[in-house]
Design a protein around this ligand. Structure first.
Ligand code: AMP
Ligand code: MG
Length: 404
């Protein structure tokens, strides 16, 4: 039987999902959060016509000739506007960011003037309407600034603040619980040194991926290869209001691979079980009520690649982010590649400059899914479609960049 494709599995895991409830956060704490509603400007920017330079606010009709001589009747500075109106033959001193006094429409820069008492003389021509930032030229009150589903960047925080939002509505952070299954597993620094022990690595990568995608992460620690213990961890997640339980290990079909039986016993309905993917074939995804469970293979590279391909997009989708799937960028093959088999492949690859402003992706020589040293040395995952034909060096390809 043909296994489910990566695209189909991804649409089941992170396809259209109902975003989590919204909450309001101070704009200073909004970095990386996903907007729950469109954000409109609460005021115009600039709120009035303002000077872009230091100089003199004038009526354009008064400075057609050079030189022109005008009487200085006051000053407009940032935050301290000129109270009166400027009539023909008059002007005011003005500074950057100050409101243009009533009656004026142009700013003559200081460098193009001479001053003598309360008289100002222009020394070079200035076009009408120059050096003025028109009211609303950045954004007008009521105009759409940022859209629902958009992930807030540092620049967006500046825009939201300038639009006069002290707090903004974002999707609640998905709660992710991690559990590592395996009788051989010990936490770093906690082992006895026995050769049969393996030090946990998966949870560290998955926690970092999940946090970067916007999740709140709790680590349920290591659970033995014991049906009752694994079932208890699933119930703990359910009772604890977890949105996504991520397990690693025990996902295959060996005698000690108990994830599928434990999920079945806890009535978690599996929608995905085994996909045509390398690394990560034994991936599981299921739901019970509001709880989603992602059962990842134990091999560290498989667990991390599946975290990038499925967990991060699911976390993003739950926050209502638009286009939440993994992102590829174009590159070209750095070496000849043999034809691929029926499993879509995500190969650990290094990137180099192709000499023409593009990227060359070259797979590392050993691709075994247990090799953390290779994963750490890679710059990207080189994507090879299922049944891709042999391709020679220089052929266009797609890569997924590590975002950390
Ligand atoms: P499993 O999927 O349980 O068959 O595990 C496959 C391989 O991954 C085994 O060699 C495990 O020791 C290893 N492994 C399982 N879980 C982890 C983990 N959390 N961290 C590091 N290695 C693991
Ligand atoms: Mg195991």
């Amino acid at each position: 039987m043909a296994l489910m494709s990566v695209a189909e599995a991804l649409s089941l895991v992170a396809g259209p999902v109902e975003p989590l409830a919204e909450e309001w956060v101070p704009v200073a704490a909004a970095a990386g959060r996903v907007l729950a509603r469109d954000l409109l400007a609460n005021r115009s920017q600039p709120p009035a016509d303002m000077s872009a330079m230091d100089g003199y606010a004038v009526r354009a009709a008064d400075i057609v000739e050079t030189p022109s001589r005008l009487r200085v009747i006051g000053e407009s500075a940032a935050g301290r506007p000129f109270a009166g109106a400027v009539g023909p033959g008059e002007c005011t001193r003005i500074f950057t960011g100050a409101v243009l006094p009533e009656g004026t429409d142009t700013v003559v820069i200081q460098e193009n003037t001479a001053r003598d008492g309360d008289l100002m003389t222009t020394t070079a021509p200035t076009a009408a309407l120059r050096n003025v930032r028109k009211a609303g030229c950045d954004f007008a009150k009521g105009a759409p600034g940022l859209s629902a589903g958009h992930r807030i960047t540092a620049r967006d925080m500046m825009l939201a603040a300038a639009m006069d939002h002290a707090e903004i509505p974002v999707a609640r952070r998905p709660r992710v619980a991690l559990v590592q299954t395996g009788d051989e597993l010990v936490m770093p620094g906690r082992g006895t040194g026995a050769d049969s022990e393996i030090v946990v690595s998966n949870s560290f990568g998955l926690a970092a991926l999940a946090r970067a995608a916007g999740a709140e992460v709790m680590d349920l620690g290591v659970v033995r290869d014991d049906l009752a213990a694994i079932r208890a961890a699933i119930r703990q997640a359910m009772d604890g209001g977890v949105d996504i339980l991520v397990s690693s290990g025990g996902a295959s079909v060996g005698d000690h691979d108990l994830m599928a039986p434990a999920l079945k016993a806890e009535q978690v309905e599996l929608e995905v079980h085994k996909i045509a993917l390398r690394p990560g074939k034994p991936l599981m995804f299921g739901r019970r009520g509001a709880l989603r469970v992602l059962g990842l293979p134990g091999n560290p590279v498989s667990s991390h690649v599946c975290g990038m391909l499925f967990l991060a997009p699911l976390i993003r989708a739950l926050q209502g982010e638009t286009a939440p799937t993994y992102r590829t960028v174009p590159a070209r093959l750095g070496c000849d590649m043999p034809a691929n088999d029926w499993r879509m492949d995500f190969m650990r690859a290094t990137l180099s400059d192709d000499g023409a402003g593009g990227l060359l992706a070259t797979p590392l020589p050993v691709q075994d899914s247990s090799l953390l040293s290779v994963l750490a040395a890679a710059d990207a995952l080189l994507v090879r479609d299922a049944d891709a034909p042999a391709a020679s060096a220089g052929t266009p390809c797609q890569v997924i960049l590590f975002q950390d």
